[in-house]
Design a protein around this ligand. Sequence first.
Ligand code: 8ID
Ligand code: ZN
Ligand code: ZN
Length: 351
Amino acid sequence: MAAPQIPKTMKACVFDKNGGPIVYKEVPVPKPKSNELLIHVLYTGVCHTDLHAWKGDWPLPVKLPLIGGHEGAGVVVAMGSEVKNWKIGDFAGIKWLNGSCMSCEFCMQGAEPNCPMADLSGYTHDGSFAQYATADAVQAARIRQTTKLDEVAPILCAGVTVYKALKTADLRPGQWVAISGAGGGLGSLAIQYARAMGLRVLAIDGGDDKAKLCTDLGAEVFVDFTKSKDIIKDVVAATNGGPHGVINVSVSERAISQSTEYVRALGKVVLVGLPAGAVCKSAVFNQVVKSIEIKGSYVGNREDTAEALDFFERGLVHSPFKVAPLSKLPDVFKQMAEGKILGRYVLDTTN
Ligand code: 8ID
Ligand code: ZN
Ligand code: ZN
């Protein structure tokens, strides 16, 4: 393939300080380092993590100024001199984990997201809210050439993360899993991965639109946190003693702590959602007598990524998404903060 024309500048959404204006403007196209791909991003999902990054919610500082975004799907247009096994024209994905050291004790065991040197797309490394972005060639996601890039974008963070969280819950087919925050970007995919793994799904979120979305996607039961008078009682009753596992993808500290109360004895509570400053409160008596496990789960490694993409490529999961132009990122953040988005927004970088 002839080398593609790479412009000198591109459109991107940039902010200079946490909570400050997000400006859609022309900026230089980044140059790939020797180990990096330059990816022409065509679509990028908007994850709630991007909203946390903009607000400065977490005890880890972002680079400033920052181009956010870490669900970028596009085409390889250039690469550094040391890159192997990629070629111009390949479809590639920008993930949260842009790159890691690959030699520490965590990288050595395939836990690259836990690397102390982890470089994070849209956080410590400019991300995919732009027409071009760079990614370490070792970590960039490989996307099949037949894939629709708008549909695959949310798999690159939301899909991988919930797939890994379900593996972390270590449940058996036929068991119940509760997905708390089921109508959002991660939750709507979690329902489908769980079903594909043979699990029974109880979904928790708020509002009739989210109830319909969750049941359409395969949840057997929906509990509305805005209407239920006693969530713990309702969840335990619907699952005949409590779910065997819980995937917490809500952005609610209270919902996370509640999950330790309704989970079944010997059950597993998986923490994924990262509300600002949240603490998971678990009553020691309850945790001991029910012998429950509370586990954190953080995106996924290269193998999890390939597996999560394979479920998608085989048609087992699809993200319910709406498309908006890249320039509309501030509007998407506003709707997200109000909990109004059903599934995901995917931004089109071409307009
Ligand atoms: O690797 C990780 N651990 C990881 C990866 C990706 C994202 C963690 N995250 C984190 C994000 O940073 C965010 O904190 O997961 C969380 C969810 O991300 P998202 O799915 O992208 O957010 P969303 O689309 O806004 O969905 C959140 C849903 O939670 C519901 C909302 O209605 C929304 O549908 N929700 C809320 I807020 N309060 C709830 C409650 N009390 C609730 N659902 C049930 N009970
Ligand atoms: Zn994300
Ligand atoms: Zn490392």
